[in-house]
Design a protein around this ligand. Structure first.
Ligand SMILES: Cc1cc2nc3c(=O)[nH]c(=O)nc-3n(C[C@H](O)[C@H](O)[C@H](O)COP(=O)(O)OP(=O)(O)OC[C@H]3O[C@@H](n4cnc5c(N)ncnc54)[C@H](O)[C@@H]3O)c2cc1C
Ligand code: FES
Length: 183
């Protein structure tokens, strides 16, 4: 005899202004569900420490797991901001995240690159210049960021410090995070 297995209820998560919609259950973070379904929500530590995934909740209710107050203060939470890496949905949710583009935007592109310069500009900041393939162009909108794919498949995001289509190199300003895997 088989016993029915209860499947957790799926809620609908809508991201504005792009209008992208995905499903998330109450037992996973909104970020994890979004990444699994190919939605480019921003994130850094995935651990409630950095605030990179912070966005505004326009509608709905979430439950926040443990996180640091420097990533999301009580005032910010009361004002409707959420950390998607540790927020689980309790209802359908509408979020605002301008970093999520609609499906017709520039597709995510994987490119090889060569590190041409490493310049230490302070105790903990390195300016890194990357050379991209000469026969391939990187189309760019302000606010766009790149990800390094590490050997184990982990990814780390960095904002471009220049408009890469105007120069020969992509410039990044990277702060050393003590104990950080990539930095
Ligand atoms: C869209 C976007 C753009 C970014 N742009 C830049 C940039 O231009 N320059 C830059 O230096 N970084 C940037 N970051 C942060 C970067 O992606 C990494 O999170 C950071 O470099 C740490 O990586 P790591 O592997 O060295 O540390 P990890 O091994 O991932 O973490 C080490 C420790 O630091 C904590 N931690 C991780 N990330 C952060 C963080 N961002 N803030 C505070 N604590 C953290 C972790 O919880 C852990 O305790 C950006 C992140 C995002 C989402
Ligand atoms: S990704 Fe760092 S707080 Fe959510």
């Amino acid at each position: 005899m088989t016993h029915p297995v209860a499947t957790p209820q799926a809620f609908s998560i809508t991201v504005q202004p792009s209008g992208r919609v995905f499903a998330a259950t109450a037992d996973e973070s909104i970020l994890a569900a979004g990444i699994r379904q190919g939605i480019g929500l921003p994130y850094g530590c995935k651990d409630g420490a950095c605030g990179s995934c912070k966005c505004k909740k326009l509608e709905g209710m979430v439950f926040h797991g443990p996180h640091q107050s420097k990533a999301l203060s009580e005032e910010e939470e009361a004002a409707g901001l959420v950390l998607t890496c540790c927020a689980m949905p309790l209802t359908d949710v509408v979020l605002e995240s301008r970093q999520v583009t609609d499906e017709s935007a520039f597709p995510i592109k994987k490119m090889p690159s060569r590190v041409t310069t490493l310049e230490k500009v302070s105790d903990d900041v390195m300016v890194i210049k990357l050379q991209l393939p000469a026969n391939d162009t990187l189309r760019y909108h302000p606010g766009q960021y790149i990800e390094f794919i590490l050997r184990d498949g982990a990814r780390r995001s960095y904002s471009m410090a220049n408009a890469p289509h105007t120069g020969p190199a992509v410039e990044l300003h990277i702060r050393h995070m003590p104990g950080g895997k990539f930095t």
